[in-house]
Write a protein that binds this ligand. Structure first.
Ligand code: ARG
Length: 455
C-alpha cells in the first residue's frame, strides 16, 4: 500500500517483501482484527472524531471484508505485509477514501497487541474446554474400571498395588493444575492495549473504557510503552501449554508402554493405532507417540519466544512479529492433542487379568509384610531388612509369598503368625486409607469430587 512506503521512493525489494510479510500466517488474526476495528470505528464516532455516517460505512465495509475472508474469496497479497494492512487495503477498495479514517488515533503497534490479546483469550477458553473434555474421558475410564488393581511403579519397577482409577485420577490432578494456570494467565491477558498508539498514547480524545467494554476486556493497560511491547501473555500461554503438553506426554508414554507386548495392560482401538508397512504383526500407538513428540515442539516454541524477547529495547520492534507462528503452532498443537487424546482414552480397553497377574507375581505386598511386622512390635528398619531377605528367599525358591508356608515365614522372624497370610492385594489397597491414598473408600470420594468439578 502506497502510504506505508511513506517517505520512500523505491519499492521494497521482492525478496524483502517475502521476508517481512506475516500475511501467510497472521491471516489467522482476521476476525480479531476486524472486531477491534469495528469497536475502534464505533469509539471514534462516539467521541466525534469521525462522523456516525463515516463509522457506519467503515463498519459495513469491515463486515463485508470478513465475509469475503470467510467465503475464501479474499485476495491475500503478500506485498500488503500483514493482515492489518490487507484488511485496510480491501476496505479502501470497497468503501473508498473514508477507509483512511479508520486508522485515526491508532497504530499497528497497539492494533497488533490487541489482536494478539483477543487471539490468546479465545485460545485460553478453547484450551480450558479441551482440558475439561480430557478430564471427563479420564473420569469415565476410571469409573468403568473403578476396582481394577494396577501394579504401581517407581523406577519403572513394580512397587505397590494401586487402583487404576487412582492412577488415572493422578492425571486429572495434573490437568486441574493446568486449568488453574490457564485461568490465572487469562486475568493478565484480559487487559486491553488499544489506545496506546505507536508507543506514547494518542492526541485524540479517545474512550478506552468504551473500547474495553465493546471488546469484552475487564481492564485496560496503564502504560502505553509497556502495552505495545508486552508479549508476556503470549509467553505465559506457551509456558502453560508446555506444562500441559508435558502431562500429556507422560500419559502418552504410559499408553505406549501399556499397549506394548511386555506390559499388555491395555488395548488401543484400531482407529488410534497404525500398522507397519513391513511387519504385519504390528499395531503401533502412533497417536500417543506423536503427542510425546509434539511436546518437544511446544517447548521449542516457548524457548524461541523467550529468546526473541529478551534483548528487545522498548517499545515495539519488528522482531515481535516472530511471536505469531510460535503461538499459532502451540495453540493448534495443544488443542488437537487434547482433542485426539479425549477420543483415544474413551476407546481404551483395559486388560484387567494382565494387570492383576503382575500385581500378584511381583512381590508387591512386601511393604505390607514389613508393616505387618511393625504392627507386631518390630521397628520399620528391621522389618524392612527381614522382608528383603524373605523376598530373596522366595525368588530363589521361585515361589510367591502366598506359596510360602508359615514355617518358612518364621525362619525370617518369629513375629510372623497365621494372620500374615491374610495380607492380600485387596487388603493392601484398602489399608492405604489416608486422604489422597489408594483405598477404594478414598478413591470413591476423589472420583465423586472430580466428577462434581467437571460438572
Ligand atoms: N506484522 C506486525 C507484527 O506482527 C504488525 C505490527 C507492525 N508494526 C510496525 N510498526 N511495523 O508485529
Amino acid at each position: 500500500m502506497s502510504h506505508i512506503r511513506g517517505r520512500f521512493q523505491k519499492a521494497a525489494d521482492e525478496l524483502v517483501v517475502k521476508y517481512t510479510s506475516s500475511l501467510p500466517f497472521d491471516w489467522r488474526l482476521y476476525r480479531h482484527d476486524i472486531n477491534g476495528s469495528i469497536a475502534h470505528a464505533g469509539m471514534l464516532a462516539k467521541q466525534g472524531i469521525i462522523s456516525a455516517e463515516e463509522a457506519e460505512v467503515i463498519i459495513n465495509g469491515l463486515v463485508s471484508v470478513r465475509e469475503e475472508i470467510e467465503q475464501g474469496i479474499f485476495q491475500f497479497k503478500l506485498e500488503l505485509e500483514d493482515i492489518h494492512m490487507a484488511i485496510e487495503a480491501r476496505l479502501l477498495e470497497l468503501v473508498g477514501k473514508v477507509a483512511g479514517k479508520l486508522h485515526t488515533a491508532r497504530s499497528r503497534n497497539d492494533q497488533v497487541a490487541l489482536d494478539m490479546c483477543l487471539y490468546v483469550k479465545e485460545a485460553i477458553v478453547n484450551t480450558l474446554t479441551g482440558i475439561r473434555q480430557l478430564q471427563r474421558a479420564l473420569i469415565s475410564l476410571a469409573y468403568e474400571n473403578k476396582s481394577v488393581v494396577l501394579p504401581g511403579y517407581t523406577h519403572l519397577q513394580p512397587a505397590q498395588p494401586v487402583l487404576l482409577s487412582h492412577h488415572l485420577l493422578a492425571y486429572f490432578e495434573m490437568l486441574q493444575r493446568d486449568i488453574e494456570r490457564f485461568k490465572d494467565s487469562l486475568r493478565r491477558t484480559d487487559v486491553m492495549p488499544l489506545g496506546s498508539g505507536a508507543l506514547a498514547g494518542v492526541t485524540y480524545n479517545i474512550d478506552r473504557e468504551f473500547l474495553a467494554r465493546e471488546l469484552g476486556f475487564s481492564q485496560i493497560t496503564s502504560n502505553s510503552i509497556d502495552a505495545v511491547s508486552d508479549r508476556d501473555f503470549v509467553i505465559e500461554y506457551g509456558a502453560a501449554a508446555s506444562l500441559c503438553m508435558m502431562h500429556l506426554s507422560r500419559l502418552a508414554e504410559e499408553i505406549i508402554l501399556w499397549s506394548g507386548a511386555e506390559f499388555n495392560f491395555i488395548e488401543l482401538d484400531e482407529a488410534y493405532a497404525t500398522g507397519s508397512s513391513l511387519m504385519p504383526q504390528k499395531k503401533n500407538p502412533d497417536v500417543a507417540e506423536l503427542a510425546r513428540g509434539k511436546a518437544g515442539r511446544v517447548y521449542g516454541r516457548l524457548v524461541a519466544l523467550l529468546v526473541m524477547m529478551k534483548g528487545l529495547p522498548l517499545a515495539y520492534n519488528r522482531d515481535m512479529q516472530e511471536d505469531k507462528e510460535g503461538l499459532f503452532d502451540t495453540v493448534e498443537t495443544l488443542l488437537s492433542t487434547l482433542e485426539v487424546f479425549s477420543n483415544m482414552i474413551k476407546t481404551i480397553k483395559v486388560k484387567v487379568e494382565n494387570m492383576e497377574r503382575v500385581v500378584s507375581r511381583g512381590y508387591l505386598l512386601a511393604t505390607d509384610l514389613a508393616d505387618y511386622l511393625v504392627s507386631k512390635g518390630e521397628t520399620f528398619r528391621n522389618a524392612h531388612s527381614i522382608v528383603a531377605r524373605l523376598v530373596s528367599y522366595a525368588i530363589e525358591k521361585e515361589k510367591l509369598f502366598s506359596e510360602l508356608s508359615l514355617s518358612e515365614f518364621k525362619r525370617f522372624s518369629p513375629l510372623f503368625g497365621e494372620d500374615a497370610k491374610s495380607i492380600t492385594v485387596a487388603s493392601s489397597v484398602a489399608l492405604r486409607d489416608t486422604i489422597g491414598g489408594t483405598a477404594p473408600k478414598q478413591v470413591e470420594k476423589a472420583l465423586a469430587a472430580a466428577k462434581k468439578m467437571i460438572g
